[in-house]
Design a protein around this ligand. Structure first.
Ligand SMILES: NC(=O)c1ccc[n+]([C@@H]2O[C@H](COP(=O)([O-])OP(=O)(O)OC[C@H]3O[C@@H](n4cnc5c(N)ncnc54)[C@H](O)[C@@H]3O)[C@@H](O)[C@H]2O)c1
Length: 443
């Protein structure tokens, strides 16, 4: 089948590449000339496990092509996926500017029946807006009679596991208002759901809302555990024991129950904000999600407080080793990463840093800058002469480091663990002053 994917970021590139890998004929389209040129040379704009090899192979075999020219890319494709960013506007609502720009461009160039697919995360009612814009553009061209459909097909992939998630999805949500579009989408996705029917067809507004509901639910679980972590610290309970205790309940499950420095990334923060905005627009209150957001914000502030309570408010002569900058492991995405607020907060108090992240350092530098911060290539190098270690992203190789070596390199054996990676008792035995979240430590 022929398809065009507009927006070649985390979602668009993975979507286009995975469809190409199943034998489809795919054009990936982006405004960013440099990104497209690099992709043609096999240089990817993002890190995602397994993606580079797939892009290169499908490009070499001619199933995956890249262009900045939307009408070339759409050609006679049946499917046009919109996978551009939907960042937060100032009031928290999703900014639909890019989505509607693409809709306008699609309306300006399609030559035959096309299914326009909202893959970007967009609020309820967006498909209607896209439909209106495409129709207006067709009318301007004197092609008001041309048929097209608009479908909602939100994406649930997780950065760091995006290819795997796309190829083996838990479910594929398709919001369509007619059978023709719905069945074409089902056919397109059939190669990914051979083991069982995980395609769910529903009305368009329900599909649009499902994506926000999923992210808001996951963010809620994280904030819930972070709130309980505070209670654990006050009452002598242990959040890890509580997590195991509740996670074993099949009604609850184990995922997204980890206390820490809160959620970040390109989706949860902006999607929670957008859902709060939509709720307020429709019902005037967003009690649960406002609390979720507040707890998440607080969690970063509490971590900074924990550091200053031990190290003092004036951090002018203090150097911190930082392990992990990305918002989570296995990605180079720095959007709304907790490390940004934590480093900024401590830097305002005079602190210096030696920071290590296996792949996000370059992106981090663009956001955090170079002031008082040196980016190093190895986690142990970050420790040389450090007054304390801040563990901010739970990269796998931080799980079992050589603690004796670490102690020998640091000025003071102090760890502030924002991701609860170590056992407090063991850390005591190793001779560290150890702070973590919601557990009995040196708090
Ligand atoms: N990143 C994730 O993990 C994830 C997961 C599920 C859903 N989503 C949603 O998918 C959407 C895309 O997210 P992303 O992380 O891939 O974004 P991204 O910022 O990585 O990529 C967006 C791309 O769109 C391009 N673009 C913008 N306007 C364009 C236009 N008019 N024409 C062509 N290209 C244009 C940009 O140059 C950029 O390359 C968002 O709505 C996001 O919420 C993201």
């Amino acid at each position: 089948m022929k398809l065009a994917v507009i927006g070649t970021g985390y979602v668009g590139l993975v979507t286009g590449t995975c469809f190409a890998d199943m034998g489809n004929d795919v054009w990936c389209i982006d405004l960013d000339e440099k990104k497209i040129q690099n992709l043609r040379k096999g240089v990817l704009p993002i890190f995602e496990p397994g993606l580079e090899e797939m892009v290169k192979r499908n490009y070499a075999e001619g199933r995956l092509r890249f262009t900045t020219n939307l009408s070339e890319g759409i050609g006679d494709a049946l499917f046009a996926f919109i996978a551009v960013g939907t960042p937060s506007d100032e009031d928290g609502s999703a900014d639909l500017q890019h989505v509607l720009d693409v809709a306008r461009a699609i309306g300006g160039c399609i030559q035959k029946y096309t299914i326009v697919i909202d893959k970007s995360t967009v609020p309820v009612g967006t498909a209607e807006k896209v439909r209106r814009v495409v129709r207006e553009e067709l009318a301007k061209r004197g092609r008001a009679d041309m048929e097209f459909d608009v479908v909602s097909n939100p994406e649930f992939l997780k950065e760091g596991n995006a290819v795997e998630d796309f190829i083996k999805p838990d479910r594929i949500i398709i919001g369509a208002d007619n059978k023709r579009a719905a069945e074409s989408m089902r056919e397109l996705y059939s190669t990914f759901v051979r083991k069982g029917d995980r395609v769910m067809i529903m009305d368009v507004p329900s599909a649009e809302l499902t994506k926000y509901a999923a992210n808001a639910m996951l963010a809620t679980r994280i904030s819930f555990m972070n709130e309980l972590a505070g209670l654990c610290e006050a009452s002598g309970a242990d959040i890890e024991s509580v997590r195991r205790g509740i996670g074993s309940d099949s009604r609850i499950g184990n995922d997204f129950l980890y206390a820490g420095i809160g959620y970040g990334g390109s989706c949860f923060p902006k999607d929670v904000r957008a859902l709060i905005y939509t709720l307020k627009k429709h019902r005037s209150e967003a009690r649960i999600l406002s609390a979720v957001e507040e707890v998440n914000r607080l969690q970063r502030a509490l971590f900074i407080n924990r550091v200053t309570a031990h190290m003092g408010e004036n951090l002018k002569r203090k150097t911190f080793a930082v392990w992990g900058l990305a918002f989570k492991p296995l990605t180079d995405d720095m959007r709304e990463a907790p490390s940004i607020d934590i480093i900024s907060g401590l830097r305002e108090r005079g602190a210096s840093f030696k920071a290590y992240d296996p792949i996000a350092a370059e992106n981090a530098r663009k956001i955090i800058g170079d002031k008082n911060i040196e980016y190093v290539n190895n986690n142990y190098d970050a420790l040389v002469g450090a007054d304390a270690l801040l563990l901010l992203t739970e990269w796998h190789h931080f799980r079992k480091p050589d603690f004796d070596k670490m102690k020998g390199m640091m000025k003071h054996p102090v760890i502030f663990d924002g991701r609860n990676q170590y056992e407090p008792e063991k850390m005591k035995e190793f001779g560290f002053t150890y702070f973590c979240i919601g557990r009995k430590s040196d708090v």
